[in-house]
Each structure stands twice: as structure tokens, then as C-alpha cells.
Design a protein around this ligand. Structure first.
Ligand code: TYM
Length: 331
């Protein structure tokens, strides 16, 4: 059987968090050996909200380096910047013309990010069409993402089907690949909100590059539910359930194992151990990150990744334009 194509992306819009790692990056690493993988830093998506140029540049390089530090092997997976492959912006436009306003208005990410703002860029609104282009350009079969991207994936599938119906079989219909445990890591200060890298409260998330002491401090201050039992019950104990999920994902244990180990113990002992589990899980990534940044090798990795990605993306784009009736350029 031919290898399945896998694609995903992460925005360079802040410090990557444990949520990004557990919900997405960990699966990027797991999938790379068996599949034909493309992972990108989606800088064109990041500018749908204002970005300071120097910060965007730094964050873009940081996210690419974190991909490698987390265990992605550039010999196995193509790692690249979205803006280095112009086909993304071009197919994004073509698909925007086929996306209905009503579909975009229903997107919860747009509603959340635009809420209460007077000036909302049009890019934020058409963001899902660009994301669909990212995925469809590579004829991706699997898209590893966290739970919050499910709705965008649904729209991508709808757009692929619409295009195929109108212009003939062109795109593969992709499937989301969402982890069973850890698809939605919650904020440390509110177990009903997603852990987010753009949160103004730095105590609400663990950044992948937080020092061991910062991690210990954040976990010891993390909100816990009333009562003292360590029980996995998302409805009634959202905060403790979230911490148990983090424990399970960082230690490789199941939720049941975590619950059994801490049966009868209080929050104090559990949180202390959790902090050490997280510190240990992040230690290899943090050490490798420092080496990658200082070596400067990321520029070479990104150049090679963009070359491989462009080769695939340009073929798809040519087929799409031909199917839509664009006059080919003579050679
Ligand atoms: P972004 O940059 O917000 O997040 C990157 C990935 O991390 C996952 N994630 C989480 N998973 C679990 N718990 C959390 N608290 C958490 N926070 C974030 C996200 O689900 C995502 O998988 N639109 C995308 C980027 C994108 C993309 C693509 C993804 C652009 N084009 C094409 C896949 C394919 C986004 O904003 O992710």
C-alpha cells in the first residue's frame, strides 16, 4: 500500500504550549516513520492578527526549531515555512472564491478571535479557506490536529467535495487525526477554557521552553476543583481531570494508571509529581532546542523542506487551475 500523506501546521503567534505538544506535535513525531509527512510553520495564518515583524521572524524560527527539537527528523518529514511556498496563498484565493460567507460565519475560531474587537481583518474571516488550501495542496490523507481544529477540517472536506463535484475529481478528502486523550488540554486557571499560547495570563499555560522552576511554580498554582480526590471526571472535576490528562500524556501512562497511583492521596502530592513528570518530558526537547538554535541548521532544513513541498504543491496547483479553466501560460 502506498504511504499515506500527512500534513499539519502550527502558527508562530506566540510561545508554543504543552497543549500544542500533546494535541499535535507528539503525533507529528509518531506519524513520521510510517507516512509521507509535511509539517509547516503557518506564518501566513499568523498575520491574520497583527504581528510585530521582529517577533514574527523570531517566533517563526523558534517554532521550526521546536519541530526538530520535539523529534521530527528532517530526513523523514519535510519541515517548511508556509510563506516559502507561494502555492498556499494562490490556492487559498481560489478556494476563498468557492467558500460561502455563511460557512465562515459559523466558524467558532473566528467568533472567538473577533469577539469584542472593532477592527477585524478580512484575513481572519477567510482563514479557513487558506487552511483548506494548505491541506488540499498535498492531497493529504491525514491531518493531525487538536480538537479545536475539527470544524476547520470539516470545512476543508466540504470544499474538496464541492471542487471535485464542480470541476472533476481533483482533491483527496482528508481525515482529521485527533488523539483520544489530550485533544483539548485546558488552561491551568480555568478547566473549561482551552490552554492557549495567546492568553495574556502566562500562568494559564506551560510553554515548551519554560524553565523547570517556572513549570513547578505554574503547576503548584494551577487551579484545582473542590474536594481532594484524584478522579477523572471532566463534568464535575474539569481541573483535576485536565492535570491527570497532562500526567498521562507526559508519562506514557493511562488515565486509569494515574488514578490508581494517586487513589487516596491529596492534590499536593499529585501536583508535585506532575511537575516532575512535565519537567522530565520537556528536558530532552529543551536541550535539543538550544543546540539547534545555536547551530543555525534550521535555515538549511527549511530550504530543503520548501523545495520538497513546492514540488508537490505546484503540481496540484497546476491541475486545479487547469480544471477551473485558467488559460495555461505558454512556454
Ligand atoms: P494552532 O497554531 O492554534 O495550534 C497548533 C496545533 O495545536 C493544537 N492545539 C491544542 N491541542 C490540544 N490542546 C490545546 N490546548 C491546544 N491548543 C492548540 C491545535 O489543534 C493544532 O493542531 N489553524 C491551525 C493551524 C493550521 C493548520 C493548517 C493545521 C493552519 N493550516 C493545516 C493543520 C493543517 C491553528 O491555528 O493551530
Amino acid at each position: 500500500m502506498a504511504k499515506q500523506r500527512v500534513l499539519s501546521g502550527i502558527q508562530p503567534s506566540g510561545k508554543l504550549t504543552l497543549g500544542n505538544y500533546i494535541g499535535a506535535m507528539k503525533n507529528f513525531v509518531a506519524l513520521q516513520h510510517e507516512h509521507d509527512c509535511f509539517f509547516m510553520v503557518v506564518d501566513l495564518h499568523a498575520i491574520t492578527v497583527p504581528q510585530e515583524p521582529a517577533a514574527l521572524r523570531e517566533q517563526s524560527e523558534a517554532v521550526a526549531a521546536l519541530f526538530v527539537a520535539a523529534g521530527l527528523d528532517p530526513a523523514q518529514a519535510s519541515i517548511f515555512m508556509q510563506s516559502h511556498v507561494p502555492a498556499h496563498a494562490e490556492l487559498g484565493w481560489l478556494l476563498t472564491t468557492m467558500t460561502y460567507m455563511g460557512e465562515l460565519e459559523r466558524m467558532t475560531q473566528f467568533k472567538d478571535k473577533s469577539e469584542g474587537k472593532d477592527a477585524v481583518g478580512a484575513g481572519l474571516f477567510v482563514y479557513p479557506s487558506l487552511m483548506a488550501a494548505d491541506i488540499l495542496l498535498y492531497n493529504s490523507n491525514l491531518v493531525p490536529v487538536g480538537d479545536d481544529q475539527k470544524q476547520h477540517l470539516e470545512l476543508t472536506r466540504d470544499l474538496a467535495g464541492r471542487f471535485n463535484y464542480r470541476y472533476g475529481e481533483t482533491f483527496v478528502i482528508p481525515e482529521p487525526f485527533i488523539p483520544k486523550v489530550g485533544a483539548r488540554i485546558m488552561s491551568l486557571d480555568d478547566g473549561t477554557k482551552k490552554m492557549s499560547k495567546s492568553s495574556p495570563n502566562v500562568g494559564s499555560f506551560i510553554a515548551l521552553l519554560d524553565s523547570p522552576d517556572e513549570i513547578r511554580k505554574k503547576i503548584s498554582r494551577a487551579k484545582t476543583d473542590l474536594g481532594r480526590e484524584i478522579i477523572y471526571d471532566v463534568q464535575n472535576k474539569p481541573e483535576v481531570s485536565n492535570l491527570m490528562t497532562i500526567f498521562a500524556q507526559c508519562s506514557g501512562q493511562t488515565l486509569e494508571q494515574v488514578q490508581t497511583t494517586y487513589d487516596g492521596q491529596g492534590y499536593g502530592a499529585f501536583k508535585k509529581d506532575l511537575a516532575e513528570v512535565v519537567v522530565q518530558a520537556l528536558e530532552p526537547l529543551q536541550n535539543k532546542y538550544a543546540d539547534i538554535r545555536s547551530s543555525g541548521e534550521i535555515h538549511h532544513i527549511l530550504r530543503e523542506g520548501a523545495e520538497r513541498a513546492s514540488t508537490v504543491a505546484e503540481i496540484t496547483l497546476r491541475e486545479v487551475k487547469e480544471a477551473m479553466g485558467f488559460l495555461p501560460r505558454a512556454h
